[in-house]
Design a protein around this ligand. Structure first.
Ligand code: AMP
Length: 299
């Protein structure tokens, strides 16, 4: 008997395995990644593995979501360590296709979700989210999972993919997992390994600044500009950061909003050396604000 491989690179092999599980009535959860896996990915895979589900993890550094001058070529690749983490976290199968398997020669189709691309990362990374939605839709068609797990750390990505799933009636349930952080608050990211020692020491200021903004709203700040200026001052004091944006938006429409009872998303992107870091916090105010504030949203 040939042992069943843990890693496949072809869609046909992937489908054979997944179809076998489905015939036995097993449910499939899917975690798409770009590799260089860390404890954030580990949490997604662990959560996917609950309740007897079969878990497929994809590892694919998707060229179409990188802009010119971004870090596609330099993006960290660590296949052996990635496979170890996938096994430990409870994955059943890793799908690691080559670029040609995903984008055959002459590939000409793009998925574009209109209207959620006016704020946050979208204006700074033209075409990025079209690359994301195109590859996510393709991966969903390849894997055909019952459940898709994405991280809140990439909040705009999760909102846009959620809208695509709804708009296209994709038969998959989206589950968004809270951001996994280092003990000092820094959101874990594959790109954190670009940081020098000095930059790594400064990096938690991004989360701390957003958290200061969240607290200001909880304590009654009612101007988005006031919140954003506060976050910006915190990052200025920390030094080293080159801020790309700080925005307060509605968590569903991603349109700019003023602080008000309910939920807002406070999000920022900043360069620290060659690393572009993003982070966000869900701000909840209103009757439950005190309890939610101490629980620390999106931790
Ligand atoms: P990536 O490999 O960076 O494309 O990320 C793959 C998935 O992991 C995406 O759904 C991310 O949102 C999620 N992810 C990355 N970092 C974290 C983190 N620190 N906490 C939670 N999810 C994360």
């Amino acid at each position: 008997v040939t042992p069943t491989p843990f890693t496949v690179s072809r869609v046909t092999s992937l489908r054979r395995r997944v179809d076998g599980w489905k015939r036995r009535g097993q449910s499939i959860a899917f975690v798409p990644t770009m590799g260089a896996l860390h404890d954030g990915h580990r949490r997604l895979i662990e959560r996917a593995a609950g309740k007897g589900r079969r878990v497929v993890v994809s590892i694919f550094v998707n060229p179409t979501q990188f802009g010119p001058g971004e870090d596609y070529a330099a993006y960290p690749r660590a296949r052996r360590a990635d496979l170890k983490l996938c096994r430990e976290a409870g994955a059943d199968l890793v799908f690691a296709p080559g670029v040609r398997e995903v984008y055959p020669a002459g590939f000409a189709t793009t998925v574009h979700v209109e209207g959620l691309d006016r704020t946050l990362c979208a204006p700074h990374r033209p075409g990025h989210f079209d690359g994301v939605t195109t590859v996510v839709l393709k991966l969903l068609e390849m894997v055909r999972p019952d459940r898709l797990l994405l991280g809140r750390k990439d909040a705009q990505q999760a909102v846009i993919c959620g809208r695509m799933i709804r708009d296209l009636n994709l038969p998959v349930v989206l589950q968004v997992i809270p951001t996994v952080r280092e003990p000092d608050g820094l959101a874990i990211s594959s790109r954190n390994r670009y940081l020098t020692q000095e930059e790594r020491a400064a990096a938690p200021a991004l989360y701390q600044a957003l958290d200061a903004g969240r607290r200001a709203i909880a304590e009654g700040e009612r101007s988005a500009k006031g919140v954003i200026d506060l976050v910006r001052r915190r990052l200025d004091v920390a030094g080293l950061f080159r801020v790309q944006y700080i925005e307060l938006v509605d968590p569903r429409t991603l349109e700019p909003v003023e602080p008000k009872p309910g939920e807002q998303l406070l999000a920022a992107a900043a360069f620290l050396g060659r690393a572009r870091l993003i982070d966000n916090i869900v701000v909840r105010t209103g009757r439950a604000s005190r309890r939610d504030a101490t629980r620390g949203a999106s931790r």
